[in-house]
Design a protein around this ligand. Structure first.
Ligand SMILES: *[C@@H]1O[C@H](CO)[C@@H](O)[C@H](O)[C@H]1NC(C)=O
Length: 406
């Protein structure tokens, strides 16, 4: 992908970002107009705040908190992969074949009885498909299974990797997946970290309606396990697993979990969303898994900055660009409204539309473009720096031994 993207693509993406973000948290934001900067500002602010929460030494818990043994990557080994994707018949996943032609895919079509791969029932969102894949392929798993959604771009993908799933998979380090066993594909903490679903929650939280249901679900799903106070990991149910890690859990356990989804009275979105914060428990035994964002980007995708400050600077600038992009989008929408009213002959109403001057818009566009160039060059440097396996090991706090797999 070209390092510098046209601002139109960026703006289109931002609009999608807002709309999908708002629909994910529909209830909280339903009264928000598209150009209400207070709301988007607050989303952006939370993202920014989550960065400063991520100071080394202040990580809770550590990256590799797992009750299962870590894998040992083989140097220069070509690991086999399978991409697991749930999709509706109407959804287009051709981008996967264009972008990742050599990686096998298990595409489960949830609403097509004639599809070669399909779950027993379209229920529980992606959780049903992920569990069905594991049940169907338990005896013939590849080294690494990558579980993703059908859409290529999403607000919840990684900013540093263009929020692009194809780019994420291309950069994904097989060695980290083998070592960690379970790796959340999202590095950014908000939403989901350092803790998200509180099991003792009494009052419904509009932003996470599943929270008050999770205690009941836990008692049904893991009746013999002590109940943790809180579940947390970066959101949105996209992750990679090693074969060994999948097989740490017996097949009949996956069948049991799927049966729970098949039988539960909970709405699809709620049962799916509960699983979004159970995967880390299932495959690590830890209720919260929030690796350092920088370590995740560096060891997971080879994007390594010289130090934590440089890493944070990238995201800070990204944050300011986003603010400007929102402002620009707001103005462009106002212009479109103005033109529309004029074309309908509603001059009086048109005169009331607040518009930016041409110079203002031009200056803003220039500023956004300039900052993108800086951001892209910083990222280029980070990807270059991260090519050195010793750098990745050091940043991840791993002792380096000659001959280690990476
Ligand atoms: C981080 O790296 C930059 C550039 O190499 C350097 O100027 C700065 O002093 C470093 N900051 C810290 C806290 O080490």
């Amino acid at each position: 992908m070209a390092p510098r993207r046209s601002r139109y693509i960026v703006l289109a993406f931002l609009a999608i970002f807002l709309i999908t973000f708002l629909s994910h948290y529909r209830d909280k934001w339903k009264h928000v107009a598209i150009n209400d900067f207070a709301a988007t500002g607050s989303i952006l602010q939370q993202e920014l705040d989550s960065l400063s929460a991520d100071i080394p030494g202040n990580r809770t818990p550590p990256d590799s908190n797992t009750k299962y043994p870590h894998g040992k990557p083989i140097p220069n080994h070509e690991y086999t992969r399978m991409i697991v994707v749930p999709k509706k018949k109407a959804e287009d996943t051709t981008w996967l074949d264009t972008e990742l032609p050599d990686t096998p895919k298990a595409v489960y079509v949830v609403d097509d009885w004639w599809a070669p791969l399909r779950p027993p029932k379209n229920k529980g969102n992606e959780a049903m498909v992920y569990l069905s894949y594991i049940i169907d392929f338990y005896d013939k798993l590849p080294d690494i299974s990558v579980f993703i959604h059908a859409h290529r771009s999403a607000w919840h993908n990684n900013d540093l990797l263009d929020a692009d799933t194809a780019m994420m998979i291309k950069h994904l380090s097989s060695a980290r997946v083998i070592r960690e066993g379970y790796m959340n594909l999202r590095c950014q903490w908000y939403p989901g970290c350092p803790g998200w679903l509180h099991l003792d929650a009494q009052k419904e939280n509009e932003e996470k309606k599943e929270e008050v249901l999770v205690k009941g679900a836990w008692m049904e799903l893991f009746p013999h396990d002590p109940m943790p106070p809180v579940l947390g990991q970066p959101c949105c149910s996209q992750f990679a697993l090693s074969r060994d890690r999948i097989r740490e859990v017996p097949l009949k356990e996956y069948v049991r979990l799927r049966k729970w989804i098949l039988n539960t009275k909970l709405r699809n979105s709620m049962s799916g969303r509960i699983f979004e914060y159970l995967w880390q428990y299932l495959w690590t035994g830890s209720a919260t898994i929030c690796p350092s964002m920088h370590v995740c980007y560096c060891d997971g995708y080879g994007a390594c900055f010289k130090n934590e400050t440089k890493f944070q600077e990238w995201f800070e600038m990204r944050y300011y660009i986003r603010q400007d992009e929102w402002r620009l989008l707001g103005w462009e929408l106002q212009e479109a409204t103005f033109a529309d009213l004029i074309s309908k002959g509603r001059r009086k109403e048109a005169a009331l539309v607040e518009r930016g001057s041409e110079e203002q818009m031009k200056a803003l566009k220039g500023k956004i473009d300039e900052r993108w160039i800086v951001l892209d060059s910083w990222r280029g440097g980070a990807l270059e720096y991260g090519k050195d396996p010793q750098v990745r090991a050091r940043l991840a706090g791993r002792e380096w031994r000659e001959g280690d797999g990476y």
